[in-house]
Design a protein around this ligand. Structure first.
Ligand SMILES: [Zn+2]
Length: 130
């Protein structure tokens, strides 16, 4: 979900890890109501500012990572983008080069007979570096 639109008036429920010792509840829940104000340049992309006019804290800077609800509607966290598959080719002694695929960050496969047999091969080592 995207950050709330500046100018809109919302009630946001946030959850932060509890720093109290000896308390079973692992999170502290807060409810804040106010008007979303435009983000400052130094904000991270997933932060927004809420003008609550609360004494001492007239504007709260909120990370969407800590938001669980907006106006009573569950706030669905953006899923981290899965790493894209990267394909390499390795021209060995065979006529057809081997295809090495790196997927999900550090999951590797190769279409050579060695990889089919041992789940590892020198072609992966060549591109991964170990
Ligand atoms: Zn291989």
């Amino acid at each position: 979900m995207k950050i709330p639109t500046p100018g809109s008036t919302i009630t946001v429920t946030t959850r932060y890890p509890s720093i109290q010792y000896g308390v079973d509840e692992k999170y502290d829940t807060h409810h804040l109501s106010g008007t979303v104000v435009p983000s400052e340049r130094w904000f991270d992309a997933d932060w927004f500012a809420l003008k609550t006019n609360a004494p001492g804290y007239p504007v709260s800077i909120i990370s969407t990572k800590n938001v669980v609800e907006i106006d009573g509607v569950e706030f669905v966290q953006e899923e981290a983008q899965p790493a894209r598959d990267v394909m390499y080719t390795y021209q060995g002694s065979a006529d057809t080069p081997y295809a090495i695929v790196q997927s999900g960050g550090d999951s590797w496969s190769c279409d050579c007979p060695g990889f089919a047999y041992r789940r590892k091969c020198k072609h992966i080592v060549h591109f991964r570096g170990f």
